[in-house]
Design a protein around this ligand. Sequence first.
Ligand code: ATP
Ligand code: MG
Ligand code: MG
Length: 302
Amino acid sequence: MKIGILSRNENLYSTRRLIEACEQRGHEYKIIDALRCYMNINSTQPSIHLKGEDLVGFDAVIPRIGASVTFYGCAVLRQFEMMGVYTLNDSVAISRSRDKLRSLQLLSRKNIGMPITGFASKPGDIKDLLGMVGGTPVVIKLLEGTQGIGVVLAETRKAAESVIEAFMGLKANIMVQEYIKEAGGADIRCFVIGDKVIAAMKRQALPGEFRSNLHRGGSASLVRITPEERKTAVAAAKAMGLHVAGVDLLRSERGPLVMEVNSSPGLEGIETATGKDVAGLIIDHIEKIVSSPRTRTRVKSK
Ligand SMILES: Nc1ncnc2c1ncn2[C@@H]1O[C@H](COP(=O)(O)OP(=O)(O)OP(=O)(O)O)[C@@H](O)[C@H]1O
Ligand SMILES: [Mg+2]
Ligand SMILES: [Mg+2]
């Protein structure tokens, strides 16, 4: 096969691992920096060029699209789709997953468990907003936050009000969420490929910290997940229309709650924590789909 890896940097762990997996299986590959691509969308034959080269003959494209390049990255991916190339996750599903509000709305429609969550931009009545999500303690998040930055635990109503006011001053959209105390500063990352969780790790926050992000000092370890967790993770990926996804769960008294669904989940943490060849499993999945045209249908989300 000829596989395109949409990635801005071939030295990134995930990209290097995908390259290795392609090489081990004798596939041709090309690293494609989406931002450097230019496209002809007007012709009857859509095309993509990169440094003067016509990008043709690809069997599959693996999108590794960073949050900051979602818009143009998805446009390039869409162009590959128009050319009939199989894309591991399609552009619609990726843009959908990048919108946290839309993602949680979609998951709730499918009755997938999630923390009680309020969204607001300039809440006219902060007390009422807090009441809506069951009162403090609450977790307040900037919608555009990442790596745990902009995620605050407010234990009292006073604290919650000041944080919300401060975020409002930044003209940011915010999420106000029920605090899942019993998760104990841990979350579970389920790596979904197709309709299976192929690896799972537990990320545990440092003592005194509730955010389990590895960037915040959290540590990752192999974890056994329950059948219910497995089912929830697969259902969440499916609801988002993603073939490959990193589904983050909190373990709560009322079962697994989905925090978010990632469309370009990193490989380093999960491979290190579980010892699994996740990159290889991704390429195996592509081989299976590309070689059997009947299964090459897109996952649809209503
Ligand atoms: N409602 C909650 N209850 C308990 N803990 C939470 C809750 N929301 C978030 N956390 C903890 O805080 C961490 C960071 O939150 P979250 O994943 O929502 O933000 P982020 O990591 O900054 O965003 P992104 O994952 O998009 O980069 C989570 O991994 C989890 O450990
Ligand atoms: Mg997170
Ligand atoms: Mg994320």
